[in-house]
Design a protein. Structure first.
Length: 179
């Protein structure tokens, strides 16, 4: 039964990704998602102006029933230009059920954190330097004087029904989309 559920979850997660996304389509989706986030969140807007780089995953798909998986593709922006393409994947086990689509953005506030992403073959967020998940309450209380070095994560655009969102156990790897 567990094998069947695992196979079903993998199939559900991979279906939205089955059509190969070109680099220009992905870049356009990521720019649109980042713009939406910054319009609706003053903390993200302030961080955007201070960040060394921003990694945006415009469409992340998550599905699970006891065993869960998620996947999505994203773009790394430096000085307003795309400088790399990344994939995010995660697996989880526990009390969970549902299907969800969401977006997230990682704001790299210093070169050390950005180099960690670029030098590791598989960036694991659980072991990343100084990761802060910026929820709505945190975002409303932050200012340019309260920014810390490291990485800030924002989740937004959630659709579907799934219990909980997290980055624990998430792996990010560089990839090359089609042109």
């Amino acid at each position: 039964m567990t094998r069947i559920l695992t196979a079903l979850i993998c199939l559900l997660v991979m279906l939205p990704q089955s059509r190969a996304e070109t680099s220009s389509e992905l870049r356009h989706s990521a720019e649109k998602a980042l713009s939406k986030l910054c319009r609706s969140n003053s903390g993200a807007r302030a961080l955007r102006d201070q960040a060394v780089a921003i990694l945006v995953f415009p469409d992340v798909y998550k599905a699970g029933f006891m065993v869960g998986a998620q996947t999505g593709n994203g773009v790394l922006f430096q000085q307003g230009h795309a400088s790399g393409y990344y994939n995010t994947t995660a697996a989880s086990y526990g009390f969970q059920a549902g299907i969800q689509k969401f977006s997230y953005a990682l704001f790299f506030m210093d070169e050390h954190s950005l180099q960690y992403l670029k030098k590791t073959g598989g960036f694991e967020l659980g072991g990343a330097p100084s990761l802060v998940v910026a929820d709505h309450g945190f975002s409303t209380s932050m200012s340019t004087t309260t920014f810390q070095k490291g990485i800030y994560a924002f989740f937004f655009g959630q659709k579907g029904l799934m219990g909980g969102i997290g980055l624990q156990g998430t792996k990010i790897t560089e990839y090359t989309p089609s042109e």
